[in-house]
Design a protein around this ligand. Structure first.
Ligand SMILES: C[S@@+](CC[C@H](N)C(=O)[O-])C[C@H]1O[C@@H](n2cnc3c(N)ncnc32)[C@H](O)[C@@H]1O
Length: 393
């Protein structure tokens, strides 16, 4: 064994030990990072290249497995296996197709294969069968793959400059619609997208844990029940507000969920203690002087010019020395970004002409909106951070 591999194995063991001691996101991120370095050190260079080159077909297999209900059906078994023949009968599909698709699924570790053509669920199978992740598989594949197929042609046409607006993106070139126009026309994709948004950050600390709400806001909150505590702009189905309410049930003030009419109208029933408001953030912000305006995973969907328009609409409604703007998004490190961060940046560029921003790009963007950065609250594991800003003095 090469000495470099021996060294990394020792690092993996130490990182695993630390990770096992508690629920520290930083320790967990370090463990995954050291395992990735070990794999890279062990692989021959062509093996590394081919592992990456062959990712799209395996993603396609997962998309087909979800479409055929194979993941759900395997996940529904307690621990008892199911055969390819039974799966084919239940889903009215060809057995040989099931075998070929499930070969890719088991090879990726997404379910177990106790014998030829026999499958049993593991924890990942069960996770993939949840509504949110099933929605994620559909939404990410169906939105990104056609865009990816167009990216080279599209960039050629732009003489290899990054798209600056949604109508210049590979997504638009594939669909003749911007991403949000496409969602409006495709309610099933909208459902997949919204359900994925609801669980997207399940494995990470919630924004209201990364940003210490009570330390920052315990003094100075207005007791008047008509005052607004928190507005979640582009808050989808309210999952972040619900989490906030569960975590801080006693804080005074109204909680308001804003999103496009099609999103708000697709919400069935009431969200207890949360006011729903259809609002297009390109319009004047109707809620003035809230304590907090929260934008979760919004700015990365848009190029700077658009962010300046909608953040400025909210900046105008903010009360100087009282209102705070919180943005939850990635803050890309200047070096050593993770694969997921880099992939998301390419996804944002392809779908929206958006981008994942570095700290200096965030500071510049805020300053264009009359805002200044107070502090970036890092999550510790390379997941999204909370960017705290206020109206410039
Ligand atoms: C990436 S999702 C983020 C959802 C949620 N904030 C989260 O972090 O999970 C972007 C959200 O912005 C909403 N959105 C897009 N364009 C909008 C607009 N012009 N006005 C208001 N909301 C908009 C979408 O409907 C969607 O719910």
């Amino acid at each position: 064994m090469s000495s470099i591999i021996t060294t990394i194995i020792a690092e993996v063991a130490a990182a695993a030990d630390k990770d096992g001691q508690g629920d520290d996101p930083k320790a967990h991120a370090l463990l995954l990072n050291s395992i990735q370095r070990l794999q890279l050190a062990a692989e021959k260079p062509p093996e590394t290249a081919k592992r990456i080159l062959y990712q799209p077909p395996t993603n396609a297999a997962l998309r087909v497995a979800v479409e055929l209900g194979l993941i759900d059906t395997v996940a529904a078994r307690k621990d008892d296996p199911i055969t390819a023949h039974q799966l084919a009968m239940q889903q009215s599909t060809e057995e040989i197709l099931v075998i070929r698709v499930m070969r890719a699924i088991t090879a990726m570790g997404l379910c177990n294969e106790p014998g030829p053509g026999i499958y049993s669920p593991n924890q990942v199978t069960r996770e993939l069968a949840t509504v949110g992740l099933r929605g994620g598989v559909k939404f990410l594949y169906d939105s990104f793959m056609p865009a990816a197929a167009n990216i080279v042609k599209c960039l050629h046409q732009k003489e290899f400059s990054a798209p600056r607006e949604a109508r210049e993106t590979p997504f638009f070139s594939a669909n003749s619609a911007t991403f949000f126009e496409w969602l409006k026309e495709n309610p099933q994709q909208r459902t997949s997208f919204d359900s994925y948004m609801g669980i997207n950050r399940k494995e990470n600390p919630a924004w209201c844990e990364v940003f210490p709400i009570t330390d920052q806001f315990s003094a100075g909150l207005r007791e008047d029940p008509r005052s607004v505590l928190l507005v979640d702009v582009g808050g989808s189905h309210g999952h972040d507000l619900l989490k906030f309410k569960e975590r801080y049930p006693g804080l005074p003030g109204r909680l308001i969920l804003q999103d496009l009419p099609e999103t708000i109208n697709s919400l069935s029933g009431e969200l207890s203690g949360i006011e729903k408001m259809a609002y297009n953030f390109y319009d004047h912000q109707p809620v003035n002087g809230a304590r907090v305006y929260f934008f979760g995973a919004i700015c990365h969907d848009w190029p700077d010019d658009d962010c300046v328009k909608f953040l400025s609409n909210t900046a105008t409604a903010m009360e100087r020395d009282y209102s705070t703007l919180l943005i939850r998004d990635l803050v890309v490190p200047e070096t050593g970004a993770s694969v997921r961060t880099a992939a998301k940046d390419i996804q944002m560029m392809s779908l929206f002409a958006g981008m994942e921003r570095t700290e200096s790009q965030w500071i510049n963007l805020l300053s264009l909106c009359g805002l200044s950065l107070i502090k970036i609250w890092y999550s510790g594991n390379g997941a999204e951070s909370v960017i705290e800003a206020t109206v410039k003095h």
